[in-house]
Structures are given as structure tokens and as C-alpha cells.
Design a protein around this ligand. Sequence first.
Ligand code: ASP
Length: 360
Amino acid sequence: MGRRDATRWSGRWLALLVLIFWGGTGWAGEAQPLPRVAILAMGGTIAGAGQSATATTEYKAGVLDVGTLIASVPGLSQVARISGEQVANIDSAHITNELLLKLARRVNALLASGEVDGIVITHGTDTLEETAYFLNLVVEADGPVVLTGSMRPATAISADGPLNLYNAVVLAGSPRARGQGVLVALNERIDAARDVTKTHTTNVDTFRSPEFGCLGYVMNGQALLVKATTKRHTVSSEFRLKGIEAFPRVEILYGHGNDSRDLVDAALRAGARGIVHAGVGDGGSFPATYEALREARAKGVAVVRASRVGSGLVAPISDDEKDGMISSNTLNPQKARILLMLALTRTQDLKELRRIFEEY
Ligand code: ASP
């Protein structure tokens, strides 16, 4: 190649590079800075490790630290400026109300600082929906908060954690996710914290919003929201954590045939201020159990009729008025516990409690 040819070629390369640069930044030539996303790690299977690559259900949750999780996701630094924090490293079955408070306070402080555009929380899947719903009620900003996790430990063949984390970061960095309430992103779906629940013990396709469906998808590095939740959340929530150090005790009791009053009485003796009864069908219960629940209410304990069925509305009935019961609306028992716990920090008034269960 002569000198003139070489000059022509380097000129072409330069033109190509300029084009690539402009294409990446927009024709205005202004580079869009990548969103700042903080990853708060709570543990779970996404940070879990097993003895072998085929050990998909025998492993220890909450082993790897947040730095290792971040390092395991190729391309993460191309979609966001990432920071990582270890809030806890537990199996999510071990979560406490104190940890919920600690996490929520950290989320609120980070969003208020203006130092992040969005937050991802990596969390064990077993109680992920409870933490997500709690945050949905107490986060004070509309900056995206996205929970994710995985069903297979990090050491497994086809571990689902890295893609879930990548997608959660994409979502948390997306302006489209602002103001949508706390979101849950696993297995390429986006779900509302209020509606989503774990539906399968071991499968990667476990998070679903029965009856209501998902809010959207994250695929190919893009977040697509197709609808929004209508319930109150985050900035429009009346629940704030200022001054709260602990929550009133709320128990969940599981209904079944040949039930008794004994567990209701035990809950009262243990100091429960609220009971969520995961009733049969449309929130029904065995006569002796119902009698004990009625008596508990008469003593000032808040009683929510929920259902063990897993989807559908627990329809308010005339007996609720007579006996002072509260319908859980479409909340499952574990989320009804979260809402009742927060509601009882504000009011004991039955009408108010019923309003809260309709609005959230
Ligand atoms: N036991 C685990 C946990 O919830 C399960 C998981 O993360 O998938 O921490």
C-alpha cells in the first residue's frame, strides 16, 4: 500500500470512529451519563454457594458478598455506574422487622441524598415479596427501587442470578421505572411489589402476580412497562418510619378443617395486637376458630380475614361489620401482615383500618 492509500484508509477509519462516537452519544454530541445505581445486598440464593455445579437446591444462601455478585455480571458497567453495599447476608427466611427497618432507612437516605438514580436490592426469594411490599409502603421517593434474587445458587449450572441482576440494574436505571412503586424483576418480568408472589418452590419462573399480571418486561437490555398499579405506594403512601423502632406483633394463622381456637388463644397470650387469618376459600374459618377470632376482636385485637387460596378477593361480608373483621382485599396473608403491622402504628380505629386495606 502506498503512502497516499494509507492516508486515505486512516481518513476513512477516522470518519468511521467519529460516526460511531456520534451514534453512541446522539447527534447533538452530548454524552448521556450512565445512571447511578446502588446495589444493596441482603443475601439469599443469588449470593448462595453449593458443593457442586449440579447442586441446585442444596446450598447455603447468603455466602457471596456484593462485590462478587457485581463482578459476576458481564457488561454491568456499561449500563450503569454501580456502587455496592452489604446490608445483610442472610437466608431471607431469617429476616426480622429490625432488618426491614434498617433496609428501608438506607433506601430512603440514599434516594434523598441525590447520589443515586435508582436502587437494586438483591434478596432471598422466600420473603422477597414481603420486603418489597414493606418498601412499597415506606419509601419516600419515586426513584426506582427494584428487588431481585435468584432461584439457583451462583455456583449452579445456568445460575439465574447474573441475568436477573443485570435486568434489575437496567430497570433501576430507567426513567420509565420512576413513580411506579417498588418493583420486582426476575426471569425477565417486572411485577408490582403489591401483587407479586412466589408461586413455585424451586423453578426459576416463580414470581407471578396472580389475577393482575406483570407490569412489563426487561429484555435485551431494555425495560418495557406495559401497565401501572393503581394502589397507593411510596410518595403517596401515608406510612412513614420516623420515630418507629419496632412494630406491633401481628401473627398469621393458617386455617384448615378440624381447626381449633388454640392458636388464636396462644397468639393473644404471646401479645399479638393483630391477627391475619389465612382462611379457607373466601376467608372462611372453622366455627371454634372464628369464635376465638371474634373474642380476640372484642378484646381490641385487629383481625384480618385473608385467604390461603393464593389469588382473588376476600369479599367483605355483613358478618365483618357485626364481628369487627377486616377483609384483606386482594392481599395475600404475608402481605396483609406487613400492612396491618404498619397500619397499627397509626391507628386502632376499625373504619380506618378497613380504609387502609382498601387503599393499599
Ligand atoms: N432460601 C433462599 C432465601 O430466600 C431462597 C432464595 O433466595 O431463592 O434466602
